[in-house]
Ligand binder design. Structure first.
Ligand code: PLP
Length: 378
C-alpha cells in the first residue's frame, strides 16, 4: 500500500488533494474543496499565486541554496521587507525554519540576556514542540511534555487575568510569552488591556515581552502583526507559518537594543533564510501590500461575523482571518459535515470551537458558500 511507511501520527481527513488553485483544492477524482483552513494558516496567498510561484521558480533556477556564511542579496531584501512590513521598532531579523525554532531562539535570547531563569506563559497557549517552546505550551506541566525535565522554570497564568499576570512577573522573570490571539486554543483573542498590562509588567520588571505571532502574523489579523494591531511593541516577535506562503520559514524579529548584545556565533542555522525561502518571503510581503490584502481581511472578517453565525454556530471569536466558530455540537462533527459539503475547516484544542484560517485572498462569494453550508447544518 502506498504510504505504508509513513508514521501515522496525524488524524487524516477523508480528502487527498493533488492540486490547488486560488482557494480551491482538488483531488485525483476532480472533487473540488473550498479551503478555509489554509494548511494550518500557512497558505496566506492560497495556491498557485503567480507572484509567489514565479519568485520561487526564478530563485530556484538562479541559486537554490547558499548558507549564512556568505552575503546573499535576496536574504537581505527579505529581512528589509519584513522589518518594514512589521512597521514597529522590531528592525532586526533572524531567519529560521519553523515556528518552534523561532520560539526556541527567542526564549534562549531572553533567558541569556536577562540572566534569569523563569518564563511566564499563558494557560491554553501553544508555542511548539521543541524543548523550550513545548515547555511554555500549556499542558507541559501536566505530563505531555516528552522530555524528562523542563529547561527553565515556567509559570502559567490564566489568560486575561491582569492581577495573576502582574503577580507572576517579578525580578526572576526573563520573559512573558503569549500569542495575541491564541490559535490552537480556538482563536481566543486576548483582551487588549491584558496585552498592555503584559507590556508594562515586563518593562517594570526588566523582563522581555515575546509575542508569538507564528499563527497571527503575516496579515492574518488584518494588520501586519498583532503587535501593530494593538500598537504594542514587544521586545521579540516570532513568526512562521504564512511567512513564506508555504515553504518552511520562520523569523525572530527583535528590537535593536536586543540585537546590539548579539555577537557572531550567538545564533545559527543551516537552512534558515535560504535563498528560495527568502524569495518567497519577499513575494508574500509584496503581494500582501500591493494587493491590499489587509483591507480584504478586515472587510471580509466582518462579513464572516455577520453571515456565519447560523446553523450550529453560537458565536464567533478571534480577529481577522483567525476566527473560532463556537459550535453547539462538537466542532469535529461540524468540520466533517462541512467537508461533506466540500468546505475544509479545522478544529482546535477547544472541542466546541471550529477554526477558520483562510487565505488572505478569499472573496465574498467564498464566504457566502460557507454561510450557506453552515445554514444547512443544524
Ligand atoms: N506557535 C504557534 C502560535 C503555533 O500555532 C505553532 C504551530 O501551530 C507553533 C508556534 C509551532 O510552529 P511549527 O509547527 O512551525 O514549529
Amino acid at each position: 500500500m502506498a504510504g505504508a511507511h509513513l508514521d501515522e501520527v496525524y488524524h487524516l481527513l477523508p480528502f487527498s488533494p493533488v492540486s490547488g488553485d486560488g482557494v480551491w483544492l482538488e483531488d485525483r477524482a476532480g472533487r473540488r474543496v473550498l479551503d478555509f483552513y489554509g494548511g494550518h494558516a500557512v497558505a496566506v496567498l492560497g495556491y498557485g499565486h503567480p507572484r509567489l510561484v514565479e519568485a520561487i521558480a526564478k530563485q530556484s533556477a538562479t541559486m537554490l541554496f547558499q548558507s549564512n556564511a556568505v552575503r546573499v542579496a535576496v536574504r537581505d531584501r527579505a529581512a528589509d521587507k519584513l522589518a518594514a512590513f512589521a512597521g514597529s521598532g522590531l528592525t532586526r531579523v533572524f531567519f529560521v525554519n519553523s515556528g518552534g525554532e523561532a520560539n526556541e531562539n527567542a526564549l534562549r535570547l531572553a533567558l541569556r540576556l536577562t540572566g534569569r531563569r523563569q518564563v511566564v506563559a499563558l494557560e491554553h497557549g501553544f508555542h511548539g514542540r521543541t524543548a523550550a517552546a513545548a515547555a511554555v505550551s500549556y499542558g507541559s506541566d501536566r505530563g505531555w511534555y516528552g522530555f524528562p525535565a523542563l529547561p527553565f522554570e515556567v509559570r502559567f497564568v490564566p489568560r486575561d487575568d491582569v492581577d495573576a499576570l502582574t503577580g507572576a512577573v517579578g525580578p526572576g522573570t526573563a520573559a512573558v510569552i503569549l500569542e495575541p490571539v491564541q490559535g490552537l486554543a480556538g482563536a481566543y483573542d486576548l483582551d487588549p488591556g491584558f496585552l498592555r498590562a503584559a507590556r508594562s509588567a515586563t518593562t517594570a520588571a526588566g523582563a522581555m515581552l515575546i509575542f508569538d505571532e507564528v499563527q497571527t502574523g503575516m496579515g492574518r489579523l488584518g494588520a501586519p502583526f498583532g503587535a501593530a494591531l494593538h500598537d504594542i511593541e514587544p521586545d521579540l516577535l516570532t513568526t512562521a507559518k504564512g511567512l513564506a506562503g508555504g515553504l518552511p520559514a520562520g523569523a525572530v524579529l527583535m528590537r535593536p537594543e536586543i540585537a546590539r548584545h548579539l555577537e557572531v556565533g550567538d545564533l545559527g542555522t543551516t537552512f534558515g533564510g535560504g535563498p528560495v525561502a527568502a524569495a518567497a518571503i519577499e513575494a508574500v510581503v509584496d503581494a500582501i501590500t500591493t494587493e491590499s490584502l489587509l483591507d480584504n481581511v478586515r472587510e471580509l472578517s466582518a462579513a464572516i461575523r455577520a453571515s456565519c453565525q447560523v446553523g450550529p454556530v453560537e458565536s464567533i471569536q478571534g480577529l481577522g482571518f483567525l476566527l473560532g466558530l463556537k459550535t453547539t455540537p462538537r466542532a469535529a462533527a461540524v468540520r466533517d459535515a462541512l467537508l461533506e459539503r466540500n468546505i475544509l475547516t479545522g478544529t482546535s484544542s477547544d472541542p466546541h470551537v471550529l477554526r477558520l484560517l483562510p487565505a488572505l485572498t478569499i472573496t465574498r462569494e467564498h464566504i457566502d458558500r460557507l454561510a450557506t453550508a453552515l445554514g444547512e447544518l443544524n
